[in-house]
Design a protein around this ligand. Sequence first.
Ligand code: SF4
Ligand code: ZN
Length: 420
Amino acid sequence: IKIKMKEIPVPVAFASAFEGEIIRKNDMHAEFSSHKNPTCELVLSRGKDEITDHKVEVNGPDIDGSTAPVEMPIAILVEVFGEKMQPDFEPVIERKIHHWFNYMEGVMHTGQRNLLRIRIDKAAFEKGLRLKDLGEVIYYMVMDEFDNVVDKCQVTIYTEKDKVEEILSTIAMPTYGKRDERLESLNDETVDTFYTCILCQSFAPAHCCVVTPERTGLCGAVSWLDAKATKELTPTGPCQPIPKEGCLDELKGIYTEVNKIVEESTHGSVSNVTLYSILEDPMTSCGCFECICGIMPEANGVVIVNREHKGMTPTGMTFGELASMTGGGVQTPGFMGHGRSFISSKKFIRAEGGISRIVWMPKELKDAVADKLNKTAKELYGIDNFSDMICDETISEDSEGVLEFLTEKGHPALSSDPIM
Ligand code: SF4
Ligand code: ZN
């Protein structure tokens, strides 16, 4: 019998309420930042006899070795064993470190994998918080939240530069690479199950994401592998399987099972969802979409805007204005929320012609997705450097200017069938 841990033996308060806490430079005692030093965090599964349960060690100097602000490298290695543990669960557990560290009063964590920043403030240091406590928090929380699959957990924190670099190059980077390859090798055709995610029903009661290998949840945080792992880790949780059965239209992505399970999951609010269309029964949008896509009728295409973009878009609306139309868990044909990674998918608004309809994106977003987008455009349409044909705010934010640019570039949307 496993005992659920409640009290965590660390010298600072631990509660989700501290999650938004920001630690400024002047208040910090120590910082581990990938901008200044090598860093990484990694969860790995091991054999039963390879690790010792509840062994928490700091290998290298702790944060009391020199005067503030202490800047150090860090590698956090969390090794777990469990009869039911699978490598696909490793990144799911790993991403929780971000939340658990932020739950500690006086600790701030951003980023993941080898790109991260951890700050510990002076007050927490004075209360006695040391690196070993960070390891204890991970141990207790892994055993509390993942007791379904983890039987043993060992945490080692390394702070010596050579050692951290060695872990990065020999274990961490190859593992991240393997995970990415696994995700990229998956597509909607090669799996037989999609998943729901209804985590956002707490504020958008009619909302249900349908998560497929090519369509990550619109928040960007729930990939198909995450949804699959969530189902196995918390069987009655927010992610439930949808057998990919009853295909009514493969091109548009219409399945009787998707419709049936979305209808059940939304208590009857939504009964038809077309996975790859923005006009015909598009997926609902809650509020945490990374991007919004909206029709720009005069350009015969679509505009995509990401949450970070504060300026205007050629639809005449900002991200915030578009969000107020699109969000809340309702279907809004012509507008939809989605994750960044969906933009370069061959399934992106495939019913309307796919990515060749994209006419405008903020430059930051365009640059971020360009490589993958160009690869997809080349494969789908034989177009080279498609991202160069897409307008952005540095070229124009208004309809006329966008049209002029598209004409000059010979953008394919202009010569496509009418989008609506
Ligand atoms: Fe789940 Fe993300 Fe969709 Fe919310 S937005 S329901 S968390 S996948
Ligand atoms: Zn949401």
